[in-house]
Design a protein around this ligand. Structure first.
Ligand code: HEC
Ligand code: HEC
Ligand code: HEC
Ligand code: HEC
Length: 206
């Protein structure tokens, strides 16, 4: 007999050993069957990210089939509600002699041909933002304001590729919203070096 035949017989035996079913205790036909059988009596809690979101005020949004939570903003904005002061038209509130009420806000976003305060804020009702076509946008949904001009980042964000998830990977999904990371008045991040441990400094101090 030639050596190849032995080889085939050996391989054949191995295959038989591999696929033969031993219906002994704790033996299953496959992984799925094993999981199903072993989880039959499991009544533990399903995994969830909820406990990581405790204490965080969130709202649920739904955009093109993506439903997820984002942090509430209105509770975070110091000068909200705006209408506590903005009870009359801007022109009546502004005066050359007065110090700017929002002196701490310097717009450094798009150039001034493209954008000024009322591109985003609604002078008829300061408690709401407004779209380029004049529709109102809730402060909690300010991503809808950004998405008008930054379509690409908005698309990525919806899918979870731009921005950051809060909590764990288990549902419910919660993600930071644009203004959690970008200041709408000066959204650009300065370039910076990666943080590193300076071994030389440690040596100098010794
Ligand atoms: C404590 C009172 C006060 C609150 C609260 C307040 N504002 Fe004002 N705001 C003013 C006054 C007064 C002016 C007009 C004088 C000026 O332009 O500085 C003004 C002006 C503005 C202007 C026009 C600025 C310019 O340079 O043309 C915008 C836009 C504005 N406010 C937005 C807001 C928004 C949005 C909020 C809420 C998130 C808000 N304000 C809350 C007092 C307030
Ligand atoms: C690109 C859009 C955009 C422009 C332009 C813009 N804002 Fe805002 N502004 C926002 C958004 C969005 C928020 C809410 C941010 C948040 O959720 O923290 C905000 C918040 C504010 C607040 C509340 C901030 C606080 O912490 O109390 C004030 C006041 C304000 N804007 C005034 C102004 C003034 C004055 C100008 C013009 C000099 C201006 N904004 C221009 C989008 C804009
Ligand atoms: C009316 C159009 C418009 C709106 C609304 C708008 N942006 Fe912008 N944004 C621009 C333009 C124009 C620039 C400058 C050109 C550029 O860098 O793409 C810019 C620049 C930026 C940049 C800086 C890019 C860099 O240089 O690093 C960020 C980040 C940004 N915007 C975020 C936001 C966020 C967040 C919002 C919503 C609160 C917003 N934008 C709303 C038009 C807009
Ligand atoms: C978790 C924080 C975070 C969130 C949330 C976030 N961004 Fe960004 N974004 C960043 C970082 C980090 C960069 C890169 C900055 C750099 O490279 O200088 C960036 C860059 C950008 C830029 C500049 C262009 C680019 O891709 O480099 C724009 C515009 C922008 N983001 C818009 C948005 C908009 C619109 C949203 C909401 C739909 C959003 N971002 C949500 C962190 C965030």
């Amino acid at each position: 007999m030639n050596r190849n035949l032995y080889k085939y017989i050996l391989v054949g035996l191995c295959l038989v050993a591999l696929f033969s079913c031993k219906h002994g205790e704790g033996e299953y036909h496959g992984v799925t069957e094993r999981i199903e059988a072993e989880s039959k009596n499991y009544h533990g809690t399903p995994i969830s990210s909820e406990k990581y979101l405790e204490g965080l005020e969130t709202i649920e949004i739904s955009e093109d089939g993506h439903t997820f939570l984002i942090p509430d903003r209105k509770g975070q904005i110091k000068s909200y509600a705006c209408t506590e002061c903005h009870s009359k038209p801007l022109a009546q509130m502004q005066s050359k002699d007065l110090k700017k009420a929002h002196w701490d806000i310097k717009l450094n976003h798009a150039n001034s041909n493209t954008m000024n305060c009322v591109t985003c804020h609604n002078p008829d009702n300061m408690d709401e933002l407004k779209s380029l076509t004049g529709n109102t946008i809730d402060f909690n949904n300010s991503y809808n304001l950004c998405s008008q001009c930054h379509t690409k980042q908005f698309e990525d964000w919806k899918g979870g590729a731009h921005g950051k998830r809060i909590g764990g990977w288990a549902p419910p999904r919660a993600s930071m919203t644009c203004v959690n990371c970008h200041n709408p008045h000066k959204p650009h991040f300065e370039s910076r070096w990666p943080a590193r441990f300076n071994t030389e400094k440690v040596k100098e101090r010794e």
